[in-house]
Design a protein around this ligand. Structure first.
Ligand code: 5GP
Ligand code: ZN
Length: 114
């Protein structure tokens, strides 16, 4: 077992509140939500971050975003929208080194980030 938190969530070793799962991805609620709607979509493949992704994963990353869009709509965010975010490495504030797309919605979000 990899020492990666999200790989452990994928394996079911650490529980999560799942929104969607198929053979290549998992979506679940963020444990510390920063907005009324805040979930994560992650690939089951351990990709560390967008700065290190390979060209072979381009289509997979596109499907992660498309799934985030679908779930955001299911959660009532289609009309007002929200934010699709991927933090990468130190300056991006990434705290879990397994690629994840955040979706935040349900309130107005400030810009730029601090
Ligand atoms: P990052 O800062 O790496 O972009 O985002 C990591 C996100 O993972 C954070 O929003 C944090 O709240 C969430 N997170 C960290 N540990 C867990 C956990 O054990 N379960 C869930 N569901 N989310 C987690
Ligand atoms: Zn991982």
């Amino acid at each position: 077992m990899s020492d990666c938190l999200f790989c452990k969530i994928i394996a079911g070793v650490i529980p999560s509140k799942k929104l969607f799962e198929d053979e290549e991805m998992l979506a679940f609620w963020d444990i510390n939500p920063a907005a009324p709607v805040h979930f994560l979509v992650i690939p089951k493949k351990h990709i560390r971050n967008l700065m290190e992704m390979d060209s072979c994963d381009v289509a997979l990353v596109g499907r992660l975003f498309h799934k985030a869009q679908e779930i955001a709509k299911e959660q009532g965010c289609e009309q007002k929208g929200g934010r699709f975010v991927v933090n990468a490495k130190i300056d991006g504030g990434q705290t879990v080194d397994h690629l994840h797309v955040h979706f935040l919605g349900g309130r107005s979000l400030g810009w730029p980030p601090g």
